[in-house]
Every structure is written in C-alpha cells, then in structure tokens.
Design a protein around this ligand. Sequence first.
Ligand SMILES: O=C(O)C(=O)C[C@]1(C(=O)O)C=C[C@@H](O)C=C1
Length: 364
Amino acid sequence: MSANDSLFDQTDDNTEALRQIDRRLLSIIHQRDQVVQTLVTEGRLPAVGQENLLLDRTVQDFASEIAPAVDEASLKSFSSILRHVSSHSRRQVHVGAVAFLGPKYSYSHLAAIKHFGDSADFAPVASIPAVFDAVHRGDALSGLVPIENSTDGRIVDTLGMFVRRHMQICGEVLLPIHHNLLASGTRDQIHEIHSKPQALSQCRNWLAANFPAATLIEVSSTTAAAESASMSPHIGAVASLAAGQAYGLSVINSDIEDRKDNVTRFAVLGKDECEPTGEDKTSLLFQVEHQPGALAQAMTVFSDAELNLTWIESFPSPDSRNEYLFFVEFSGHRADPNVQTAIGNLGTMTRRLEVLGSYPVAKL
Ligand SMILES: O=C(O)C(=O)C[C@]1(C(=O)O)C=C[C@@H](O)C=C1
C-alpha cells in the first residue's frame, strides 16, 4: 500500500473534519463566483485595485471582530488568500487578460500576481511597448509595466510609451526586488552575466566586486536571462528565485541588489475608473510652451491647490529638440475639488495635458 492510499483510507474524526471544511470552503467560493457573475451582469464589478482595498478591510474586520490574536504575518497571508480567491472568481467570468513583460516569473509577473491574484488570465509579452499595444488593441483588458525603481530611477521604455500613446493608469503596485545570481553550471564557469539593464544596474556594485571579469549582457527581461542561463553553463542570470526554479538553475548568490530596500513601482494600465478611497494619487502628463518661466508658472497650480507632489520626471519631447514633457503625481483624486481646480488651471497654461488616472495609493 502506498503512502497516498493510506492517507485516503484514513477515516479518523479530524481527517474527516478537515475534508468537510474544505468542501465548505469550495462551495462558498463557488457561491462567491455566482455573486461576481451577477455583479458583472449588472456592470457593478469593482476595479481590481478597489476590490483589493475591500478585501484588506474584510481581513481587518475579521481580525478585530473574530480573531484578535492573529499576528501581522497571518493577516498578510489572509489578504493574499482573498486576492487569489478573487482572481479565481474574475477568471470564471472572463474579465480579460493581464499583459506584462514576460516570460513568466519576471518581476512584472510577480507584481501582477500581487495585484491581480495568481488565478488571473496572464498574458506575457516580449517588451514593455508590447504591453501598451496589447491593452490599446484590446487583446488584454489590463497591463502592468514598471515605472520607477528606488535604486535606478525611471523606466525609460515605460515613460516613452506614455508620451507616444494615450494610456490610462488605474492602479499601482509596489514590489520589493531581491535579485539572485542564477546559473546552470558552477560559479567558476560563468563568463557572461545576462539581465535586463535595470536589474544589472541595481546590482552594479555587487557585480563589479564579485565578477569583475564577466561581460554584462543586456537582454529583454530577467526571465529571458534565466532562460539563456539554462542553455549554457557560461551564462549567469540576474533574476528572481521563481525564474531560477522554473528553469532549473542553482542560486549562486541571493540578495545581490546594492540596496536592500530596493523597490520597483509598477503602473496598472486599463480603463477601470477607481472611485475616491480617501488615500489616492493622480498622475498627469503635460507639456508647457517653450518660453521662459512657463514650467515655474505651471507648477504654481499644485502649490496653490495645496497638492503634495509625490513624483516628478521630465522626458524629451519626441517632436522637438530641447523640449520636454513632464510627468507629475500628487496625493488626491481627480474628483476632489482642489484637484479639479489645479487641473483646470494647468489646462490654460499647457500645450498638452493628459490626466493619466486617479487610483488608490499602493502599500508595500
Ligand atoms: O525583467 C523583469 O523581470 C521585469 O519585470 C522588468 C524590471 C524593470 O525593468 O524594472 C522590473 C523590476 C526590476 O526592477 C527589474 C526589471
């Protein structure tokens, strides 16, 4: 008799109690799927970002009303379970695919799992522009792209696409990034280290100190690097542990990022409108006339409306040399009266103005 047979033959009270509980869990999830279906039919299914906040609130209520002794780690785990259940329900009603820079197990994929849950309909694509294209064409309902990293700054490909093509932001995700050096051979066999330029840059000092002779090769994503490492013992990859597992690689070194508090912020692309939650952010893109004082004057609309800026970046205009577009993010929702005033005033001072979106502020 195999170990599995003996498990299935067990009929003691506790094993049976567990099976009953699991059956109840499944039937409750099935019931939940039906409620989600009704919400879709009525056009009232909340945006993913908004539902995530409701799920977190449910966990908080559960902790205070039913299980006050539950610790922080368990609460995080409950929140993550509810996100996965929610992504399962959404998948049943075909809410649409989520495009991200693949292959699977890239950091973009891990950020997409954090936001959409692991049962979402994921659609990995080959580049950041391809994520924008998939959402623009309607092949994917949502997309997820890295926008800035705490060590390395802005992600140029992403900002360049916002400049070239109108796209809405309906959420953000913060993901701590811990890089690993992965290989199919031994440490001594590694001559080349592959990764996405941003990942190589986030480990610049570590790589220079530990592999001064290795050639650094830039590739389209960290998972693409892991794939190459699986094909040659001379290639090391800077990538996620999940990518290493997927491609059967050994971890030569873990946590090789130069800053231990390395975090990447991702933007969720899509047409979901998020209602104000009380802790929101608004993203804008604008271009002022090319004349003295134009930018300084434009910026006064934010201080006049008492809006706290959380991010500002300039990006060269694709049409005219020496001219720039500006990305600005501030606390507040586009439905707030002071935000409306600021946007209205900015509109009178700018050549181009796009409100990219208002969405709940992400938590780490
Ligand atoms: O290559 C990946 O795994 C990605 O998801 C892209 C990306 C990026 O371009 O910033 C995302 C997070 C990390 O900062 C490193 C790489």
